[in-house]
Design a protein around this ligand. Structure first.
Ligand code: AMP
Length: 145
């Protein structure tokens, strides 16, 4: 039996942050023969934050969704990851990553960790929260600042 069957790679779509985790995920997927899914989560914009600057939150969120879909598509295309393994959802990154991992029966979550968020100096907030709630193994790939 394969060591891992399904990997979920969480990307925040900042190339500098994602690079190291993408490389590791591709290498592990190749070695284990696991399928690789990409997830990006778009956080909701609080209504009070916009003032008069944008006609509506919905328009802005749609615009962000379009851009994020394009960026995720580019990253996926570069690494030959098919459309049915490119996931974009709205919500809290931590909660959405966990819930997708449960839904897809993922057995390894891979994300970046740079420790700029304090609570876990080593891990950073998304990584530490995913690690404490994940239904499966988690690999936190160190991002060099
Ligand atoms: P953070 O601790 O929030 O700075 O992020 C660490 C890692 O969590 C990133 O390198 C990504 O792997 C993942 N991550 C953060 N934000 C998102 C997001 N919006 N969607 C998907 N993954 C994310």
């Amino acid at each position: 039996m394969k060591l891992y069957q399904k990997i979920l790679l969480a990307v925040d779509l900042h190339p500098k942050c994602d690079n190291a985790a993408v490389k590791k995920a591709l290498a592990i997927a190749e070695e284990t023969g696991a399928s690789l899914h990409l997830i990006h989560v778009i956080e909701h914009i609080p209504a009070y934050s916009l003032g008069q600057a944008y006609p509506s939150i919905i328009d802005l969120e749609e615009e962000i969704l379009k851009e994020a879909t394009k960026e995720l598509g580019k990253l996926a295309h570069k690494h030959h990851i098919p459309a049915d393994k490119q996931i974009i959802v709205m919500g809290s990154p931590k909660a959405a990553i966990i819930s997708k991992a449960e839904e897809l029966k993922i057995d390894l979550i891979i994300l970046g960790s740079h420790g700029r968020h304090g609570i876990a100096l080593l891990l950073g907030s998304t990584a530490s929260s995913v690690l404490s709630h994940a239904p499966c193994d988690v690999l936190a790939v160190r991002i060099k600042e």
